[in-house]
Design a protein around this ligand. Structure first.
Ligand code: NAD
Length: 293
C-alpha cells in the first residue's frame, strides 16, 4: 500500500519556517511583511477563503490588509483599491479573491496588480513567463506550487518522468503542467474533451488531478507505483456526516492507494498547501522588494 502524502503536516512545517523568518526580518530590519486581499461581493465561500487567509497571515506575523467592495461596484472601484495597494510600501502582496462578479472583466483587474506584488501569480506576465524557456515568473500560482512542494519534500524525482495533469484551468491545471515541464517531466494534459483519458493517465509516473469530478480516476486507471496528487475538492452526499456531505478528491482513494506508490488524501493533502504557498510568496516578495537575504 502507498505512502500517504501528509499535506497538513508539510504545510504546518512550512508555516513554522515562515514564522521564524518573518520574526528574523522584523528583528533585524523592523520590516513587517504585508498582504492585501480584495474581496468583491458576498459569496460565502469567498468570505471563508479570505478569513482563512487573514488568519494564516496573523499566525506567522504577516500583517493583513483588506478591501471589501459591494457586488455592484465598478471595475474602476476595484482598480482604485489595487492602485492604492500597489503604491502602499507596507503591502508586499496583493490578491484579488476570485471569482469576480459577472460584470467585471477579470483580465482587466488581474492586469492592474503590479507584478512585483502579484503573490497569486495570476498576472498575465507572470503566467507568460512561466510558459517561456529561460524566463522566470516573479510568482507561481499557489495551488500548483503546493503540489510541486509536496513532490519535492517527499523526494519524488520528476526529471525524465511522464506526468499527466487532469484539468487545464488558469489557476491549477495549466500552471501545474508548466511547472512539471520546467522540472523536466514530459507532460500530457487531459481535459473534458479528451478521448480515452484512462489510456493517457495509465502512462503517468506522476498524476496531478484537478478536474473537480468526484471518483473520476479509478484505481485501474493508474500505472502501478504512480505518484498521485489529488487537487480536487468535491462535496458528495453523506448521510453519516452531521453536515450531510463529505469532501472527496477526483481520485477513488481506496482503490488508488493499493496501486499508487504515494498519494495525497482529500482533505489533508494539497488543500492546506495552498495557503502555505501564499505566505511563502508574500515572504519572498518582501525579501525581493527590500533586497533581503
Ligand atoms: P475548473 O472547473 O476551472 O477546471 C476543471 C478542469 O477539469 C477543466 O479544464 C476541465 O476541462 C477539466 N475536466 C472537467 N471534467 C473533466 C473530466 N470528466 N475529465 C477530464 N477533465 C475534466 O476547476 P479548477 O478551479 O481548476 O479546480 C479543480 C478542482 O480543484 C476543484 O475540485 C477545486 O475545488 C479544486 N481546487 C482545490 C484547491 C486547493 O486545494 N486549495 C485550489 C483550487 C481548486
Amino acid at each position: 500500500s502507498s505512502i500517504i502524502i501528509d499535506g497538513k503536516l508539510v504545510a504546518k512545517k512550512i508555516r513554522d519556517e515562515i514564522a521564524s523568518e518573518v520574526a528574523r526580518i522584523k528583528g533585524s530590519t523592523g520590516i513587517v511583511p504585508g498582504l492585501a486581499v480584495i474581496l468583491v461581493g458576498s459569496r460565502k465561500d469567498s468570505q471563508t477563503y479570505v478569513r482563512n487567509k487573514k488568519k494564516a497571515c496573523e499566525e506567522v506575523g504577516i500583517e493583513s490588509f483588506e478591501a471589501t467592495l459591494p457586488e455592484d461596484c465598478t471595475e474602476e472601484d476595484i482598480i482604485k483599491h489595487i492602485s492604492d495597494f500597489n503604491s502602499n510600501p507596507s503591502v508586499h502582496g496583493i490578491l484579488v479573491q476570485l471569482p469576480l462578479p459577472q460584470h467585471i472583466n477579470e483580465e482587466k483587474i488581474l492586469n492592474a496588480v503590479t507584478i512585483e506584488k502579484d503573490v497569486d501569480g495570476f498576472h498575465p506576465l507572470n503566467i507568460g513567463r512561466l510558459a517561456m524557456q529561460g524566463r522566470d515568473p516573479l510568482f507561481v500560482p499557489c495551488t500548483p506550487k503546493g503540489c510541486m512542494e509536496l513532490l519535492h519534500r517527499y523526494n519524488i524525482e520528476i526529471k525524465g518522468k511522464r506526468a499527466v495533469v487532469i484539468g487545464r484551468s488558469n489557476i491549477v491545471g495549466m500552471p501545474a503542467a508548466l511547472l512539471l515541464q520546467r522540472a523536466n517531466a514530459t507532460i500530457s494534459i487531459v481535459h473534458s474533451k479528451t478521448k480515452n483519458p484512462e489510456e493517457i493517465i495509465r502512462q503517468a509516473d506522476i498524476l496531478i488531478s484537478a478536474a473537480g469530478v468526484p471518483n473520476l480516476v479509478r484505481g485501474s486507471w493508474l500505472k502501478p507505483g504512480a505518484v498521485v496528487i489529488d487537487v480536487g475538492i468535491n462535496a458528495v452526499d453523506d448521510s453519516e456526516s452531521p453536515r450531510g456531505y463529505k469532501l472527496v478528491g477526483d481520485v477513488c482513494f481506496g482503490e488508488a492507494s493499493s496501486v499508487a506508490s504515494a498519494i495525497t488524501p482529500v482533505p489533508g493533502g494539497v488543500g492546506p498547501m495552498t495557503i502555505a504557498m501564499l505566505l511563502s510568496n508574500t515572504l519572498s516578495s518582501v525579501k525581493r522588494i527590500h533586497d533581503l537575504k
